[in-house]
Design a protein around this ligand. Structure first.
Ligand code: IDP
Ligand code: MG
Length: 149
């Protein structure tokens, strides 16, 4: 496993349902390092770019409407295998298939309201981080816990 960065976003339903803190907590206590975070109202254009690979899907218009229905909290988390482990922590895309103990498995029910996004590969993480953050928003610092993880 290598040091990686993954893009994680609390979706509008996660924000509205008061799950920002719970989601941050899970990545924080796991041992990943927060390197960027901001709350924002994403535009339809921005979200279309973010989900460009899904543009042909029937649920695409609904997805863009959902994701632009309120603010999201965008974050970058760093650590060994952060992309793959982040996906495991999220659980399956459809909460009906997400194991208990995962974020989706514990806090949501419907695929169209699945509260959190996480990059699915190192390559898409790089693209997503570049889409959501400028270089200067990615903060460089050493965590005091780094040697203990
Ligand atoms: P992921 O978020 O687990 O990577 P993707 O297949 O990339 O899953 O889909 C992106 C998002 O699109 C999902 O998280 C979910 O919000 C939404 N989505 C996926 N499949 C469906 C569907 O069948 N109906 C409605 N929304 C869907
Ligand atoms: Mg995806």
């Amino acid at each position: 496993m290598a040091q990686e960065r993954t893009f994680i976003a609390v979706k509008p339903d996660g924000v509205q349902r008061g799950l920002i803190g719970e989601i941050i907590k899970r990545f924080e206590v796991k041992g990943f390092k927060l390197v960027a975070m901001k709350m924002m109202q994403a535009s339809e254009e921005h979200l279309t770019e973010h989900y460009i690979d899904l543009k042909g899907k029937g649920f695409f218009p609904e997805l863009i409407k959902y994701m632009s229905s309120g603010p999201v909290v965008a974050m970058v988390w760093e650590g060994l295998g952060a992309v793959k482990t982040g996906r495991v922590m999220l659980g399956a895309t459809n909460p009906a298939d997400s194991n208990p103990g995962t974020i989706r498995g514990d806090f949501c029910i419907e695929v169209g309201r699945n509260i959190i996004h996480g990059s699915d590969s190192v390559e898409s993480a790089k693209k997503e981080i570049a889409l959501w953050f400028t270089d200067s928003e990615l903060v460089s610092y050493k965590s005091c816990a780094a040697d203990w993880l």
